[in-house]
Design a protein around this ligand. Structure first.
Ligand code: ZN
Ligand code: ZN
Length: 305
């Protein structure tokens, strides 16, 4: 809750004029309790989950040729009933797990020092904090996801998320309620280590949610802006993890690929990509494949061991 009675009071206390965004924040948040501001997260998560997958759902139902060529598993198609069933299941999980987890974590959020007042953070502060949150969440969710692939974890918990061997956008948070709680923990860890403003916290959960929807969307568009983020997982990478399913010991990462690379859990994916590239060149550019093959062979023969 803001400690100022008016924007004038805030300006006197801060020793400067409020920015337009700070004035808007003052008008919006004044009189609201910190708990109510924190509870916005539940609404945002539900809104993002409902709206962000819709373009991918439309692409799946209408199947325009221009988009279908980017589908990662082109032979798999979902009827409307599958989308509805998946959506209903996830909303149920929101009600029994995500919502309560968000609201019950409020005392912790207060304790670690998430603030709601003025001044607002600078853009660079927000960017730096989000970078830390993504890195922390990525590292811990890598190990938790990997642990969920043990026999017991998979059979009792993670199996639900892998029901979709071809992932689709609505299936991003489709999981056992226990998995939602387990993998929710790393999402809180970053803000606990580096406390931020509530606006940054809202943005963090929204971006993480959008990222999960994108990696499960089932399409690999060449112009996706996230392709410019170094070591970014992306849809193709996570699609492979779902495609292989229970036996998958590859591609556990949720945001960046470096953990899989360091701990050697991306070998299956890299091998498959090499083989597919070979097949592509053999069929479409046999002359290039032949010359590359000869060059590689010669360099192996010339190597002195
Ligand atoms: Zn998995
Ligand atoms: Zn997944």
């Amino acid at each position: 809750m803001l400690p100022f009675a008016s924007t004038g009071d805030a300006e006197v206390a801060m020793g400067r004029d409020l920015t337009a965004v700070e004035t808007a924040w003052f008008r919006y948040s004044t009189g609201m309790s910190d708990f109510w501001l924190y509870a916005h997260n539940v609404v945002f998560l539900l809104l993002v989950y409902t709206l962000a997958p819709l373009p991918f759902v439309m692409a799946e139902l209408k199947r325009p040729k221009a988009i279908q060529k980017y589908k990662l598993q082109p032979n798999v198609h979902f009827p409307v009933a599958t989308f509805v069933k998946c959506y209903k299941n996830v909303v149920k999980t929101f009600i029994v797990a995500v919502g309560p987890l968000q609201l019950l974590s409020y005392p912790t959020i207060k304790w670690v020092g998430i603030r709601t007042g003025l001044p607002l953070p600078s853009v660079w502060e927000v960017v730096a904090q989000l970078a830390v949150y993504f890195l922390v969440e990525d590292y811990f969710s890598y190990w938790l996801h990997r642990a969920l692939h043990c026999r017991w974890g998979y059979q009792h918990i993670h199996r639900i998320h892998h029901e979709f061997s071809a992932p689709m956008a609505f299936a991003a948070p489709y999981a056992h309620w226990a998995e939602v709680l387990i993998l929710g923990f790393p999402a809180f860890l970053g803000p606990a280590l580096v406390p931020c403003h509530i606006l940054t916290l809202w943005l963090w959960f929204v971006l993480r949610h959008v990222e999960a929807i994108e990696t499960h969307c089932g399409y690999d568009f060449p112009q996706t802006p996230t392709k410019y983020i170094p070591f970014y997982v992306g849809a193709e990478y996570h699609d492979y993890h779902h495609y292989v399913g229970e036996k998958s010991h590859s591609n556990f990462a949720s945001v960046f690929t470096y953990c899989d690379y360091i701990y050697g859990t991306d070998k299956g994916f890299r091998y498959q990509k090499t083989q597919l590239a070979k097949v592509f060149y053999i069929f479409f550019y046999p002359h290039i494949y032949t010359s590359l093959h000869i060059t590689a062979k010669r360099s192996t023969e010339n190597t002195v061991y």
